[in-house]
Ligand binder design. Structure first.
Ligand SMILES: [Fe+2]
Length: 376
């Protein structure tokens, strides 16, 4: 049964047509309108406290009208009245994803990026949150930033990580020490060259953001190698669209096994975000498990995989530099591929202290520092 509300609101069976301030009319479902009534949200916790599961029947409006920039609804079988700002409705009128200040365009970079890296001093970060916001902005657009002037303490790494998130442990613990270990469980803990990779794809959710605080670096060699996986994947999409689709859609197994752990997970080499844009890559030859795909499928997959791996090693993309004591490189572990040149372990000291945080928390920090939110 159709009915006409006041001021041009048209009531239907499952929802209503509402004239918005833009002059357009948009349809809204009754469940959605009732569930998202402003009264559904607790003003203190800001969480939804209304329980739509407890409603016996489908919500249905008996009348609706526009008044002072709000849609006012009276509900059937209930005393409840909803007063919803038209501005809120406009944001959801077209089924578009909610706007997000942290959804910044990623900017691909190439071998010459070292001079352009966003640099932020520890002193500035500890005194003014604007610098923390700008640091996260660099992380969201470039996927990498360099922090300078960190004190030579164990706490310094945690201090900076806690500015934009909480440290999330891996199976190596809360922090890890990249130096020559006597009984290494990982290539990083040796002085050998470390091929380009992203960290720990053998975890269900590989770490989001990696911090490496350089405490000492006086060895011969040991340059840091960084590549923007986004830049490589964007070129790969243009050059080899079919292979690109394969790497986007095929899960491959990764592992990390030693005496006390046996981690396994499946990942896709090229990752897309919720908008379908390339968000990054997951790649690690030393943690790639024996591919257990049907052998016939590997006839297509392996050439694509190798073609991508070779493109990634092209000099066009390789940013090589020396990380100095007191610096901390921070990078998106789902986008930036990193490695290390071999070094001479007897020529001096090389010690990086590392940890991870999640990307979701980093984006949360950016929104908060940008003043965005539904409850502002
Ligand atoms: Fe690594």
């Amino acid at each position: 049964m159709l009915g006409t509300g006041e001021a041009g609101v048209l009531l239907g069976e499952n929802g209503m047509d509402v004239p918005l301030t833009s002059g357009e009319t948009a349809y809204f479902n009754y469940y959605w309108l009732r569930d998202n009534c402003p009264s559904s949200f607790d003003t203190e916790t800001r969480e939804r406290v209304y329980d739509i599961f407890a409603e016996e029947g489908a919500p249905k409006a008996v009348s609706a009208s526009i008044s002072a920039g709000h849609l006012e609804i009276a509900w059937a079988g209930s005393e409840h009245l909803t007063r919803m700002p038209l501005e809120t409705l406009a944001g959801y009128a077209k089924g578009a994803k909610r706007s997000d200040s942290a959804n910044l365009s990623r900017k691909p970079w190439y071998s010459d990026h070292y001079e352009e890296i966003g640099r932020f001093s520890y002193a500035d970060l500890t005194t003014d949150k604007t610098h923390i916001r700008n640091w996260v902005k660099s992380m969201l657009t470039d996927g990498v930033a360099l922090l300078t002037g960190l004190p030579d303490t164990d706490e310094a790494l945690l201090d900076v990580a806690n500015m934009i998130g909480h440290v999330r442990p891996s199976y190596f613990g809360r922090v890890f020490e990249v130096k020559t270990h006597i009984k290494p469980t990982n290539l990083a803990f040796t002085s050998k060259a470390l091929e380009l990779h992203t960290d720990l794809p053998s975890e269900d959710a590989a770490p989001g953001v990696q911090f490496l605080h350089c405490r000492a670096n006086s060895v011969d060699g040991g340059d840091s190698l960084f590549v923007d996986g986004l830049a490589v994947a964007e070129d790969f999409r243009k050059l080899y669209p079919d292979e690109f689709e394969l790497l986007v859609n095929t899960d491959v197994p990764y592992y990390c096994e030693h005496d006390t752990f046996d981690m396994r997970a499946r990942q896709r080499v090229i990752e897309l975000d919720e908008y379908g844009n390339i968000s990054g890559v997951t790649i690690s030859q030393h943690q790639a498990d024996i591919f257990d795909l049907p052998q016939r499928d590997l006839d297509r997959y392996y050439p694509a995989f190798c073609r991508f791996g070779r493109l990634m090693q092209d000099d066009k993309y390789l940013m090589q530099f020396r990380l100095n004591a007191g610096e901390c490189i921070v990078f998106d572990n789902h986008r930036i591929v990193h490695g290390r040149a071999a070094y001479s372990a007897t020529s001096g000291d090389r010690h990086l202290r590392g940890c991870y945080i999640d990307r979701g928390e980093m984006r949360s920090t950016f929104r908060v520092l940008s003043g965005e939110g539904r409850f502002k």
